[in-house]
Design a protein around this ligand. Structure first.
Ligand code: SF4
Length: 500
């Protein structure tokens, strides 16, 4: 069995991924999407930039020929070349286990090794900005494999990060941790079955087994699909003998409160009920929020003559909000009009901000609905950047209603996450392009900048319009869902006071 640096990296993120990478059916992997392709391209450009500072040589090897690659790399090390790019070293570790290390560079340094009065130090070029622990562990792994070949440990592995100073891996700390992880990884790979899945957005986001695991989780109605169930809580539930959604939904709330505390226990109990029964519930304590929030004016007058649904597309690497999209819904005229203010180059951001501002000001009484707080933060950012007078941008902010806040504060829904897509899809809304998403829009926008092909802009506009329409669908459903509770809860006099 081969254990490579990549395998150890992914094992740290998910033991199941490492197992599937070795034993899974590769036809079940998700194809590379444009976002991952862009990440790879960006990472490659960063690597080329760093490599241009070195005078390196490449050993002659290809494919999976680790043995041949090791011989070719060692030949260059014995010659004492200054730096080696795309080198590979393998070493046998335990009976039947070989380790394979492929740092981006081996760089010659003064010292003593079996080669003579020089030794090599591994360098990993990472696109990230932080020396993440999993990178450091892999750095320690490179040190281990190299030490087997040059018969002396390098002093460190350097992590060459984006826009930061190189980071030296502390071998005293990281080597023992790496050895433990390497042992655990080998034990896991020797098991007859893949480790149990646990889906989480952070971990599974960019994994090529996502659809494979998601299908398995759906068929089992796995508890990791229930919002609020973290790996820790999942372990605690297993300890209580709760392994299915049905059992969780039927567990007395008092028992959950005892283990997780009052607030988390209540939330888990309600979420389990909503998910199990496929129905929306009023969140415990929501009425207090409804009555106390100064933001409840949209509920007091849920259907105004005109309402606006606002959504932004941005390119964080360029610090650019390139599309400000607004759906204007005119109930008197029974008309919906979408406006997409697109900056066709970064220099046009100021112009589209002004256009957006003018549109908003032409409907001074319309509330502006959006999903999450990014839109408000962007209004503040653009106003500051382009020196918009305070009274103008503050008037806009005063009209903003964050529908995500309202959904999460007032309801419990049978969804996997409280992002716009799962909620709107649960309500029956479908995006015209089911594969489009915010990350994909970033890729399309960069492709537009590179190729000037307008079909990329059209695809972004279509996606953004659908996001605005999804927000409108959700807002309409939410106001209908909350109205009876709201009307029951308020006194007539109070109603007058908070009416807008
Ligand atoms: S999708 Fe998630 S659980 Fe499945 S292998 Fe990938 S990271 Fe692991």
């Amino acid at each position: 069995m081969l254990v490579s640096d990549d395998l150890l990296l992914y094992y740290q993120r998910c033991d199941r991924r490492a197992f599937l990478d070795v034993f899974g059916d590769s036809r079940q992997r998700d194809p590379l999407d444009n976002f991952l392709l862009k990440l790879r391209q960006d990472s490659r450009s960063h690597r080329q930039e760093v490599l241009s500072q070195y005078h390196y040589q490449r050993p002659d090897w290809s494919g999976d020929d680790w043995y041949g690659g090791t011989q070719a790399t060692l030949a260059l090390m014995e010659q004492g070349v200054e730096a080696i790019y795309r080198g590979v070293l393998s070493a046998s570790w335990l009976p039947g286990i070989d380790l394979v290390s492929k740092p981006d560079l081996f760089v010659r340094h003064p010292g003593s090794s079996r080669f003579g009065d020089w030794l090599y130090i591994p360098y990993d070029i990472r696109f990230g900005k932080r020396p993440k622990l999993d990178y450091q562990i892999v750095g320690a792994f490179h040190g281990l494999v190299l030490s087997q070949q040059q018969e002396v440990w390098p002093s460190t592995t350097w992590l060459v990060l984006r826009g930061r100073k190189p980071h030296a891996v502390d071998f005293l700390k990281r080597v023992p941790e790496m050895q433990q992880l390497l042992h655990d990884c080998i034990v896991s790979l020797r098991q007859p079955q893949a480790p149990e899945l646990f889906l989480s957005r952070q971990k599974c986001n960019l994994c090529h087994w996502y659809n494979f695991c998601h299908q398995a989780a759906e068929s089992q109605r796995h508890l990791s699909l229930i919002p609020g169930i973290t790996p820790n809580r999942y372990g605690q539930l297993q300890g209580m003998g709760i392994t299915t959604l049905a059992t969780l939904a039927n567990t007395p709330r008092s028992q959950l409160k005892m283990v997780f505390g009052a607030e988390a226990g209540n939330q888990l109990a309600q979420q389990a009920l909503a998910s199990h029964d496929h129905q929306a519930l009023l969140r415990d304590g929501a009425l207090a929020h409804l009555l106390q929030s100064p933001r409840n004016r949209w509920l007091a007058a849920p259907q105004r003559a005109i309402e606006i649904h606002f959504d932004i597309e941005a390119e964080p690497d360029l610090d650019l909000d390139f599309l400000l999209g607004a759906l204007v819904v005119d109930h008197r005229q029974n008309r919906q009009t979408y406006y997409g203010f697109m900056a066709k180059s970064p220099e046009e951001e100021a112009r589209v901000w002004q256009q957006f501002l003018e549109l908003m000001e032409s409907y001074p009484n319309a509330l502006i609905f959006h999903f999450c707080d990014y839109e408000v933060k962007t209004i503040q950012r653009l106003a500051k950047l382009y020196k918009t007078p305070k009274h103008r941008h503050q008037a806009l902010i005063n009209r903003c209603v964050d529908i995500h806040w309202w959904v999460t504060q007032s309801t419990v829904l049978p969804v996997e996450s409280y992002a716009l897509k799962p909620i709107a899809r649960w309500l029956g809304f479908n995006w015209r392009n089911p594969k489009a998403n915010g990350a994909q829009c970033i890729c399309w926008y960069n492709q537009w900048l590179a190729e000037q092909d307008p079909t990329y802009l059209e695809a972004i506009l279509e996606y953004n319009e659908d996001d605005c329409r999804a927000t409108y669908t959700l807002k309409t459903w939410l106001s209908q869902f909350l109205q009876p509770y709201y009307q029951d809860a308020i006194e007539p006099d109070t109603h007058k006071l908070i009416n807008y």
